[in-house]
Design a protein around this ligand. Structure first.
Ligand SMILES: *Cc1c(COP(=O)(O)O)cnc(C)c1O
Length: 345
């Protein structure tokens, strides 16, 4: 099987497994795990923030950020396809008690002037705007990189209105490798940021949230409340450290593979590439093959390739560490087989 469902399917490298085996550990709820300290310090340094916190998942990191920034009854502004809104089980409402206010984006980017117009003025009828959330790269927009100027613009508006900005940077390193703008530069136009270690960077588990010292202190308490205070967790922090320090530059290979895949599929009868491929995600519309997303994926699975549905007629392919250039050539051939058998049947 060639698994292009997500970059979360990557398995830890040999070096990560060794580092895990050799990890120095302690009880991290008591703040005594040296491997966790090393990871959090490195992450804070790379992101240019005072402090960082190791959390169990991207979802937990985002939710801790919302819980820490907001109070129940607040409103938060998000792009309409943001992961925090679309794919986190309405946790912002279930746990933080905030109301989402969504804006339609262009390739995942909200218009700064619309964001400005959406921030609530003081009025007894209105909720207070507690947070603005950005996502870079934007998953539903096909791994689109948020333009740096867009982030700057929204951050400036947010500062003028004293509203904090949280960045869902599950794939921020993909944005950095694609644009040449460092994760620290991006994070400079946010108050807090979440990054996933377990996606393209290949760690088995974990995410980081970063922000000011006082923010992270409160976030640490929310993590404990949510059951995310872990004990000898150095065994998973060590692979995370390798993810941050040794696995970033190679993301350009995944981007190259995504480009090759998109080019290969674009030439096939009945297929349309829906996104401008900037990072490691390719969205393919299969409608003109006579398939819908589900039946296309079933046909593809029979050929030994896995991807996920991303709409009624859209299929998402994600390239990652465990997929080689040869695999990509094979995928193109297998998609061709699946498409031509449908077109001739
Ligand atoms: C995957 C993802 C998350 C959530 O990460 P998990 O570790 O799967 O909880 C959050 N935001 C975006 C944009 C993602 O792609």
């Amino acid at each position: 099987m060639i698994d292009l469902r997500s970059d979360t399917v990557t398995k830890p490298t040999e070096k990560m497994r060794q580092a895990s085996y050799n990890a120095e550990v302690g009880d991290d709820v008591y703040g005594e795990d040296p491997s966790v300290h090393k990871l959090e310090e490195k992450a804070a340094e790379l992101l240019g923030k005072e402090s960082a916190l190791f959390v169990t998942s991207g979802t937990q990191g985002n939710q801790i950020a919302v819980l820490t920034h907001c109070s129940p009854g607040n409103e938060i502004i998000l792009e309409e396809n943001a992961h925090i809104y679309m794919y986190e089980g309405a946790a912002i409402s279930a746990f933080a008690g905030v109301q989402p206010r969504t804006l339609k984006g262009h390739k995942g980017a909200m218009d700064p002037s619309e964001v400005q117009a959406t921030i609530r003025p003081e009025d007894i009828h209105f909720p207070e705007t507690g947070l603005i959330c950005l996502e870079n790269t934007h998953n539903k927009a096909g791994g689109a990189v948020l333009p740096f100027e867009n982030m700057k613009g929204i951050y400036q508006i947010a500062k003028n209105h004293h509203v904090p900005v949280h960045l869902d940077g599950a794939r921020l390193f993909n944005a950095a490798v694609s644009s040449g703008i460092s994760v620290g530069e991006y994070a400079g136009y946010t108050d807090t940021v979440q990054i996933c270690l377990s996606k393209g960077l290949g760690a088995p588990v974990g995410s980081i949230i970063a922000g000011s010292k006082s923010f992270i202190q409160q976030a640490r308490k929310w993590r404990k409340r949510l059951g995310g205070g872990l004990r000898q967790v150095g065994v998973i922090a060590e692979p995370g450290y390798i993810a941050l320090t040794e696995m970033v530059e190679r993301l350009s290979e995944d981007h190259k593979h995504a480009e090759v895949l998109a080019e290969g599929l674009a030439n096939m009868e009945g297929l349309k590439v829906e996104n401008k491929v900037e990072t490691n995600i390719v969205l393919i519309n299969v409608e003109d093959t006579g398939h819908n997303a589900e039946s296309f994926l079933t046909a593809l699975q029979k050929e030994g390739v896995l991807a996920v549905p991303f709409g009624p007629n859209t299929v998402r392919f994600v390239t990652h560490y465990d997929v080689s250039g040869q695999d990509i050539d094979r995928v193109i051939k297998k998609v061709n087989d699946a498409v031509s058998s449908q077109l001739t049947s």
